[in-house]
Design a protein around this ligand. Structure first.
Ligand SMILES: Cc1cc2nc3c(=O)[nH]c(=O)nc-3n(C[C@H](O)[C@H](O)[C@H](O)COP(=O)(O)O)c2cc1C
Length: 470
């Protein structure tokens, strides 16, 4: 691929949905059918470790790991986490290492192998392009995760929830066999970031095989950010398309631009974006409540290549969502009763997050009030400067005493649920001990147009067929 020219421009991008809602299986089928399948790259190291401990039913991860170009590294991961008979006694799962600025070799190996195997599985059996999606804010794994995904030949990297401007340099470094660097943000008086570095050749003990350059597609929410990207492109940054996501989209949203509420300032002027991007021959897609053939047509009429959709694929059979929750959401949504609110406080990333009102989930005050405060997954921990100048880690969902002792503010903890645990539960990956935290976009009006009755279900192919209008 030459810089700034995409090889294929799909009308429909299936958005990355974490944790493990956009599975390799979902991405595989969407890409096969000519959409752009995307694997959620968030916390894949935890997904792989858990699936291996459950016995890797179907042998999918072992099949992928057998193709990892550095067999000793894959072997190290299997030796540590694979349990042949699964976990029949329901023993406490083996602890999975948590990211810090100096991850252990085991965690680096796990992360690279996890990203490799998920992309390998998403690409298995067809030649269509596949994307991986990361959240910029969850920055510590990036250099290892991107390496793993590139080893599997990932075709595109999409990234939002922050300004992902470091990604093109990471890609270049990995391709050139140089050390990849990533500045992760640190909250502090004197320290504002820490540069993590990864020399893949040194770690794997051999040169990387020749790698192709994946396209890079930032996800942004405003004209201002599209302009900022254009400025970077003029200075040489390689970008292969842009997703513009409106605040009605599922998952995290961009914060409102004024007065704490979305309003006219958040509206995007697509005619300006289309004009600007035409200058670079770059496609763009529009996300957020665009899951209908009419909206797809509209997106194209304002110069977009198509749409990025999430909720319609989160609710299809191939998504990673726990089937009991998925069926209930489909039923409520079919009846037009699904309620979603934008929660400004629940996510430790500081970004607004769409929360579905659902009994027994973290949307209920009583559930939040009865929660035991604990931070046992650590995916969303933020880095801060400690008094002695070293870097510490904290999450508003951890026990109040320890959060305060780390300089955190009490008011940040009031409505903070354990987001990692909540997202883990919806993907059916949790230990059952944490209430789910369910996210969905504002608009699920596609449900009665795809489902025949409230107990019906649909596949990714039905979703795509509907979006394409046939
Ligand atoms: C369950 C769910 C999880 C999501 N997780 C992520 C994520 O991890 N990263 C991301 O960039 N976008 C995430 N999104 C946003 C989608 O990728 C997509 O852009 C968005 O859902 C489009 O809006 P729609 O839901 O109205 O179709 C998520 C959306 C949903 C519904």
């Amino acid at each position: 691929m030459t810089p700034n020219t995409p090889p294929a421009v799909p009308e429909v991008i299936q958005g990355g949905m974490g944790f493990y809602i956009s599975t390799p299986r979902l991405a595989n089928i969407v890409s096969r059918l000519g959409g752009r399948g995307t694997v959620s790259g968030v916390a894949l190291e935890r997904v792989l470790a858990l699936e291996l401990q459950r016995g890797d039913i179907g042998g999918h991860f072992r099949r992928a790991l057998a193709r990892f170009p550095f067999p000793a590294i894959a072997e190290m991961v299997l030796k540590e986490f694979f349990i042949e008979e699964g976990n029949p006694l329901g023993l406490k799962p083996r602890s999975i290492p948590v990211f810090s600025i100096k991850p252990s070799p085991l965690l680096i190996a796990l992360c690279a192998c996890a990203n490799f195997s998920c992309i390998w599985l998403a690409k298995e059996g067809h030649d269509e392009p596949v994307s991986v999606n990361y959240l910029e804010k969850i920055a510590m794994p990036h250099i290892y995760a991107i390496t793993g995904a590139m080893l599997a030949g990932v075709d595109f990297i999409t990234m939002g929830a922050g300004l992902p401007f470091q990604v093109p340099d990471v890609i270049s470094a990995i391709i050139d066999g140089r050390t990849a660097n990533y500045d992760v943000p640190v909250i502090g008086q004197n320290i504002h970031s820490y540069t993590m570095s990864f020399d893949p050749e040194k770690f794997f003990g051999a040169k990387l095989p020749p790698l192709k350059r994946p396209g890079f597609i930032p996800i942004v929410a405003s004209n201002t950010l599209v302009w900022a990207i254009a400025k970077k492109i003029r200075k040489g940054m390689i970008v292969n398309g842009i997703v513009v996501e409106e605040p009605s989209a599922g998952g995290h949203n961009a914060p409102p631009r004024s007065n704490g509420a979305y309003g006219p300032d958040d509206e995007v002027d697509y005619s300006k974006i289309a004009k600007l991007l035409a200058e670079f021959n770059l496609p763009y897609w529009i996300g957020g409540s665009k899951a209908s053939p009419e909206k797809l047509k509209w997106a194209k009429s304002v110069g977009a290549a198509g749409i990025q959709v999430g909720s319609i694929f989160a609710l299809c059979r191939e998504s990673g969502m726990k089937s009991s929750i998925r069926r209930e959401l489909c039923r409520i949504g079919y009846e037009g009763k699904l309620q979603v609110r934008t929660d400004m406080r629940v996510s430790p990333t500081g970004y607004p997050f769409k929360v579905v009102i659902f009994p027994g989930s973290m949307s209920e005050e009583s559930v939040l009030a009865s929660r035991k405060k604990v931070c046992d997954q650590g995916v969303l921990r933020t880095l801060f400067e400690q008094l002695d100048g070293s870097i510490g880690y904290r999450c508003p969902a951890e026990p109040l005493d320890s959060y305060l002792a780390k300089g955190g503010k009490a008011e940040d903890t009031e409505d903070a649920g354990c987001m990692c645990g909540g997202l883990w539960s919806i993907a059916g990956l949790g230990d059952g001990g944490k209430p789910p935290l369910i996210t969905m976009g504002d608009d699920v009006s596609f449900l009665p147009r795809i489902m025949k009755h409230s107990e019906d279900s649909y596949g990714a192919a039905d979703g795509l067929r509907y979006l394409r209008g046939y």
